[in-house]
Write a protein that binds this ligand. Sequence first.
Ligand code: GDP
Ligand code: IMO
Ligand code: MG
Length: 449
Amino acid sequence: MPGTCVIGLQWGDEAKGKLVDLLTEEHDIVVRYQGGANAGHTVVFGGQTWKLSLIPSGILRDGVTCVVTGGVVLDPASVIREMDGLESRGVRIGSKLLLSDRAHVVFPWHVTEDRILDGIVAGGEAIGTTGRGIGPCYRDKVGRSLAIRLGDLYRPDFRERVAHVVAAKNRLLGAGVGEAPLDAAAIHAAYAAHAERLRPHVVDTTTFLLDAAEAGKRILFEGAQGSLLDIDHGTFPYVTSSNSSGVGVASGSGVPGRWIERVIGVIKAYSTRVGGGPLPTEQINPIGEHLRERGREYGTVTMRPRRCGWFDAVAARYTARLSGADELAVMLLDVLSGLDEVRICSAYEIDGRRTVDFPSHVDDLKRAVPVYETLPGWTEDLSGVRGYDALPRRAHEYIDRIGALLGRRVSIVSVGPDRAQTILRGAPVPATASPNAWPRPPHTSAANA
Ligand code: GDP
Ligand code: IMO
Ligand code: MG
């Protein structure tokens, strides 16, 4: 089975949704396997813009099955709103959408806890979560005793289960922070109604996907967030609560990694981040303004302005390796047009020591001073370019440098939000990454070599 993964290599919003929509044409199944309604994926074609959150970005194509697996935390009201929104615009969902009975359910107390706890956990600087209850729902999943999964909503003891959890949450939230008590009966009634609406879609998606893989179906895995927000491998604690790098595909979907044949690492041609945490190449100046305005860098979910900066090859090389990216898609290249020069961070100086390795502790990352390579910019508008050779020479140089620094081939370039504004550079090649492809500066210390 040719399984393909689309994984964001930065801090999210790399235009994964656009790429997934494009690649859906050559797949039978599109899978969301982690995250939840914190994701906001945009697809543009035929003059229409679509915002997807929990539902895979493949839903806009016919003849494809869209699967939300057990690794996702699922807010039933959000899914229903999204389904209604799609159907009101003529998208037929029918049996195209499958939801895992193993998915953990987001309840109102998770949203409350998200609001109360953000800021406390990070000790000073808030994580700046999306406020969708994602972290608290994953916390209850790992804690087990107060968790409720989608399949539980159809069990005879669902009412008692809600009463049990609400009693516990009222003790925790009421005593600790003086929240008004939760009403178990009202919550049960609302979720029982949601459950009825979703019933036709709820299945064991693990078995569905294993059957599909063994039958040779082509499966496309749509990552949410970006690898630097990965709970284990990202810029902890300024991360999301799931494995948003490539390591999450197998655990979130139940499909063994050996079925994956192609991993596309998606990068923006520059860096953005929403919420708290270090962004070493951040530009709080006219460059940052250029990127934010030309790239329309405002959050899809929360509408917050995204922080913007130069491309960080130290961070993206780390995540390309971590996520097992075979090839790269460079998105939003058009946004860089009109800058006199463009910069790429190719090393960090931390306490006077130069390194190309991404620090494991966020305090070290906070002290990292980017070492930049400067390339000449270009003035041409790229939005109408449709062939790789038609890109300006300086854009080629920029892409080639990113490919060289990350040790991977750039196989896709995007020059605008529309499906059509995409340049494919021919058939993908097998993994070209070699540990030696990275040009280490000669003065890198032995400890880091
Ligand atoms: P995702 O979360 O990774 O799917 O990305 P988002 O949808 O949150 O953010 C990407 C934004 O960039 C969306 O508004 C897209 O419509 C837009 N976009 C995608 N590709 C391009 C591109 O090549 N150029 C420009 N200018 N915008 C793009
Ligand atoms: P897509 O899939 C960008 C960020 C939040 C916050 C941190 C934790 O559209 O790329 P959470 O609500 O998950 O607990 O918030 O992660 N974040 C994202 N940033 N794109 C996303 O998703 C994000 N999902 C979460 O801003 O800093
Ligand atoms: Mg997004």
